[in-house]
Design a protein around this ligand. Structure first.
Ligand code: 3HC
Length: 283
């Protein structure tokens, strides 16, 4: 199936990265969010990212203008009626996501593939809220989307081969490498990453080492680009808490149980980079 127009639900950290990459790779890209303010803010950040890319010589000014001309904002999902593929990157809440899929199923043509960028929730539950469960799939991107080369494609037990092929070919055109996972909480990456990140917090809680030394250990000892506590700040403590809780709920394995410190930091509004304070300060 040829994809010309892509819809992106949500213009937050992930949604705007996905929209930027789609528009950069030649797709007419429609993006929406729940308020004009969030939408305008997200698109402004895309514009800023493109400006930086142009200044660094990664794209010409003409490429930047062409990319922006392919990016269309709307507050009405009804405008997604000509999208061949929609990627949902809304809030990580299954009930909210199911509502989005119901609406997309109503407005999108029958050939359209509906994908979710969820990091851990059941793609099958989203698929079963539509009348086209075979055309629903997970497409999990990584933050920062313009830089990270991976897309996890998550197939449910009812995803059709054609849907998997279409989403794989689409990810190829975005110059991403695809890995294929079953619809199991956390898929491949978060299933491995979360116990590691949560383990770093438990190490801090138990006083084994300082936060600086825990991070330094993994940066210099294992060549990771960021230490685990910096990465938690980068992902967002609220998002990480949510992912860990959802995975613990499913597996009941203490490896995924969110540490008390993370819960308290979320309650205090110390969400990481986005709030200016997490394990480290960003003001
Ligand atoms: N958008 C576009 N480009 C960006 C960017 C952004 N937000 N952030 C950094 N870049 C680019 C820079 O322009 C630079 O490009 P250049 O080398 O061509 O000049 C390059 O990335 C490197 O950036 P910096 O020199 O500013 O900084 P770093 O070398 O420290 O790299 C980083 C920043 C790419 C974020 C790196 O620290 C990194 O890879 N960190 C780990 C990120 C990670 O693990 N992400 C996965 C999170 S888990 C996830 O997303 C799943 C979810 O479900 C939780």
């Amino acid at each position: 199936m040829e994809i010309k127009t892509v819809g992106v639900i949500g213009c937050g950290q992930m949604g705007r990265g996905i929209a930027e990459v789609c528009a950069r790779h030649g797709y007419q890209t429609k993006v929406t969010d729940v308020s004009q303010e969030l939408l305008d803010n997200g698109v402004q950040l895309i514009e800023r990212s493109l400006t930086v890319a142009a200044k660094r010589g990664k794209m010409t000014e003409q490429d930047k203008d062409d990319t922006l001309s392919r990016l269309h904002r709307t507050l009405d999902i009804g405008d997604f009626g000509d999208c061949d593929l929609v990627i949902e990157a809304a809030v990580e809440n299954l009930e909210e996501k199911k509502k989005v899929f119901v609406k997309l199923d109503e407005v999108c043509p029958s050939h359209s593939v509906l994908a979710s960028n969820t990091s851990c929730l059941s793609v099958l539950d989203m698929a079963m809220s539509t009348n086209r469960p075979d055309k629903v799939i997970g497409m999990h991107f990584f933050n920062p989307v313009p830089v990270m080369k991976l897309v996890e494609i998550v197939k449910t037990i009812v995803s059709s081969d054609e849907t998997i092929d279409t989403s794989r070919s689409f990810a190829d055109t975005l110059e991403k490498t695809v890995i294929l996972a079953q619809d199991s909480p956390g898929f491949i990456v978060n299933r491995l990453l979360m116990p590691y990140l949560l383990g770093a917090v438990r190490m801090l809680e138990s006083g084994v080492a300082s936060k600086g030394d825990i991070d330094q250990g993994m940066v210099l000892g294992c060549n990771h680009p960021m230490g685990p506590l910096t990465l938690l700040d980068y992902i967002g403590l609220d998002t990480s808490y949510f992912i860990a809780s959802a995975m613990y709920e499913e597996f009941k394995d203490p490896l995924y149980a969110p540490p008390i410190l993370v819960k308290k930091m979320v309650a205090a509004g110390h969400l990481g980079r986005k709030s200016g304070k997490g394990f480290f300060d960003y003001k």
